[in-house]
Design a protein around this ligand. Sequence first.
Ligand SMILES: *Cc1c(COP(=O)(O)O)cnc(C)c1O
Length: 390
Amino acid sequence: MTEDSTFTLATRAIHGSSHKDAHGSPHVPIYNTTTFVFPSTANLLDVVDGRTLGAFYTRYGMNPSILALEETLAGLEGGERAWVFSSGMAAAAALFLTHGRDGIVCIGDVYGGTMELLGAQLPLLGIKTQFILASEQQRLDELLGTGARLVFFETPANPTLALLDIRAIARQAHARGALVAVDNTFASPVNQRPLELGADLVMHSATKYLGGHSDLTAGALVGSKEVMTPVWNWRKNLGSMIAPETASLLSRSLRSLVVRVRQQNASAQAIAEAMERHPRIARVLYPGLPGFPGHELAKQQMYGFGGMLTIEVKGDGAAATRVAEKLKVFALAPSLGGVESLVTQPCTTTHHGLSGEERARRDISDGMLRLSVGLENPADLIDDLAQALA
Ligand SMILES: *Cc1c(COP(=O)(O)O)cnc(C)c1O
């Protein structure tokens, strides 16, 4: 997809909040306070009853550091409202409890914590959750016929980078009266904005690209006023609020989001091309490679191909483990989206809990190494991979 709002996005990341500091700070400072003082009961009631938007109590999100962050995030994803949370999982939980109580259909591979919440925990509350592989999308109609009101998925998915067609799934779900929520963590709003493609809600682990420095844990949901309003009370009473310090740190990170992600896209593309030519690599999974099965779809629904790629080392899992351990610049760690490059072997970390057969069914091999490309010089990253593979 070609970007028609480049200037808007990069500018919004910096000037996206209308909150002005009383003392002239260019950005809203950290309001490290739990409560706010009112001159009169009438003023207090104006805020409580929603006649004026204002600071009130931090757990409600009514704190300028948090409100400024939410306004910026809503602008980046193109939604009317954004609510931030203490983690990505807190955002997912609030999403499912608000909009998934009549049943949830999950498509393709999702984050391990999300899988556990959907597969093992929500059913304990009587919430019916159903799963289909990305290749079984034709079953969506049948499952939505059973009353499910929420369709949830990730694209690109972890660790295969498999893509799902957001426009097509949204059309199918809407025809059955269901909402569509997309975990946009891997792409970030720089590379993909699901609301523009027909999704109703976007979820983020802000711990990853939005935070971008591996130094904060946070989450977010974005959508229209209509779908976001009922989420607010769930967040308030589940108590899953972000801390003001974290909100301020995340706002700071968003100001550089566009340049960070664009560089990560370019570096990942260069690494993917170099790895494709390497004799010890069996497969490279990256949406920016013309031979990748999702490449055409990526061009239709993404503005950039992302900073995540998966390489498959020839040989067995032990061979891939040795490569991961020989890397010097790529650090052996789960998580992603930071300025430092990371490597993980899915069969020993993110997908360790799945049986060998289940991993095979999902096309996840033991030789796979997932790379989160940081902001180091891409030539150094390619050299690092070459020495580890030698
Ligand atoms: C990390 C991650 C999550 C969970 O986020 P936390 O901030 O760790 O709670 C959810 N989805 C995806 C795709 C993730 O990578």
